[in-house]
Ligand binder design. Structure first.
Ligand code: PEP
Ligand code: MN
Length: 352
C-alpha cells in the first residue's frame, strides 16, 4: 500500500503520520519527490482498510494498493526515477533519470597490471567513466581461468589511482565482500547469482551501489524481486543490467539480448537500467549495433568488454572489443544520443 500526500504537506505532518503507522506495527519508507511525498507501507497490508488509512490525515491525497510483489522497486512506490551518484576520481558520475549516458568498459577479467592500466587509460580517453574488470570470475567450467581474486582487486585500485575511473567488479561469495567493497565503487552481482538470495541479502547491506545483472532465464518479475531483496536489505542504489537471456537459438549469438526489457522496465521500476551488449551477443562484431540500439531505446548506460588483445584474453575474448574498436563504438553513439536528447559526456566534457 502507498499513501500519496498532497503537494506541499509539511514535513511534521508526514512524520506524525509515519509515527502513527509505526504504532500500527507497519514498516514504512518515505520518498520525498519533487511534487508529492509518498509513504510506502511494506509487508502484509491486506488486513488494512483503505478508508481507515485515508482518514488518518486530511493531507492524504490518495491511498493506492501496489499489486505487484516487488514494492520498493516499483514505480508506484517511487514515481520519480532513481538517480545514483557514483564518486570517481574525475568527479561524480550520475546514472539514471536525465543524466548523461554512462559507459562502463574494460576486460572480462583483470589479467595483469599492464593490461588493466592500459585498458583503463584507453577506455577513459574514449569517454567511459567506469572501469569494469573481474577479479572473481563465475566460469561455467571449473577448469577455466577463475580470476586472480584479491590480487586483482589491488590492480583495480591501481587502475583507479592512475585514471580516476570508478570501478565495477563482481562479488560471488560473501566472504570476499569486505575486500571488494574496499576497492569497488559499484558491486556487481552476475547473472549466475541473481537468485542467490543469501548473497543478495548481504550485498544489500553494504554501502556501495549495486549492479544487478539479469539471470539467463529470469523473467522480469524475478529480476525485479531480486532487486527487491537488495532494496529491502537497505541499499537503495540498484542498477539493473540486461545482459541477454537464453532462448532457442544459440547458433549465431551467445545469448538473446532482450532490449524490450528496457522500455518494459521503465513502466515498472524507477531503477536505472543499463545494457551489456558484450555478453548479450557474445561476439564483438555485433557490439556496435546493439550498443546503438540500447542508446536509442533510452538505456541509462552500457557495459562493454574491452581487451588490449582479445585473441589472448583469458576469458570472453570473442566478445571483447579492441581499444580501437571501442573508440569507434563510442564515436558511433554520440549522434544517437543527440537524436533522442540524451546528454552525452565524452571524457568528462559535455557534448552539445
Ligand atoms: C561479466 O560481466 O564478466 C559476467 C560474468 O557477466 P554475466 O554475469 O552477465 O555473465
Ligand atoms: Mn565476461
Amino acid at each position: 500500500m502507498i499513501i500519496v500526500m498532497k503537494p506541499g504537506t509539511p514535513q511534521g505532518i508526514v512524520e506524525a503520520l509515519v509515527t502513527q503507522l509505526h504504532e500500527w506495527h507497519l514498516e514504512t519508507q518515505t520518498i520525498v519527490g519533487r511534487e508529492n511525498t509518498v509513504i510506502g507501507l511494506i509487508g502484509d497490508t491486506s488486513s488494512l482498510i483503505d478508508d481507515r488509512v485515508s482518514e488518518l490525515s486530511p493531507f492524504i491525497d490518495r491511498v493506492l494498493r501496489v499489486k505487484k510483489r516487488f514494492k520498493r522497486a516499483s514505480r508506484e512506490f517511487h514515481p520519480e526515477p532513481t538517480v545514483i551518484t557514483i564518486p570517481t576520481g574525475n568527479g561524480p558520475v550520475l546514472i539514471g533519470g536525465d543524466a548523461p549516458l554512462v559507459v562502463m568498459a574494460g576486460p572480462c577479467s583483470v589479467e595483469n597490471e599492464q593490461m588493466i592500466i592500459q585498458t583503463a587509460q584507453r577506455v577513459k580517453a574514449a569517454g567511459a567513466q567506469i572501469l569494469r574488470g573481474g577479479a572473481y570470475k563465475p566460469r561455467t567450467s571449473p577448469y577455466d581461468f577463475q580470476g586472480h581474486g584479491e590480487s586483482a582487486l589491488e590492480l583495480l585500485a591501481a587502475a583507479r589511482a592512475a585514471t580516476g575511473l570508478a570501478i565495477v567488479t563482481e562479488v560471488m561469495d560473501t566472504s570476499d565482500l569486505d575486500a571488494i567493497v574496499e576497492v569497488a565503487d559499484i558491486v556487481q552481482i552476475g547473472a549466475r547469482n541473481m537468485q542467490n538470495y543469501s548473497l543478495l541479502k548481504k550485498v544489500g547491506q553494504q554501502p556501495r551501489p549495486i549492479l544487478l545483472k539479469r539471470a539467463f532465464s529470469a523473467t522480469i518479475d524475478e529480476w525485479l524481486l531480486a532487486a527487491e531483496y537488495l532494496l529491502a536489505a537497505g541499499n537503495p542504489n540498484v542498477i539493473l543490467c540486461e545482459r541477454g537471456i537464453r532462448t532457442f537459438d544459440r547458433q549465431y549469438t551467445r545469448n538473446t539480448l532482450d532490449l524490450s526489457a528496457v522500455p518494459v522496465l521503465r513502466t515498472l521500476t524507477h531503477l536505472p537500467v543499463i545494457v551489456d551488449p558484450s555478453h548479450g551477443t557474445g561476439l564483438s562484431q555485433f557490439v556496435e549495433s546493439m550498443s546503438k540500439a540500447s542508446v536509442a531505446i533510452g538505456a541509462d548506460g552500457l557495459m562493454i568488454e574491452v581487451h588490449p588483445d582479445p585473441s589472448r584474453a583469458l576469458s570472453d575474448g570473442p566478445q571483447c572489443l579492441t581499444p580501437d574498436q571501442f573508440d569507434a563504438v563510442m564515436e558511433s553513439l554520440a549522434p544517437i544520443a543527440q537524436v533522442i536528447g540524451r546528454p552525452w559526456v565524452k571524457a568528462g566534457v559535455p557534448v552539445a
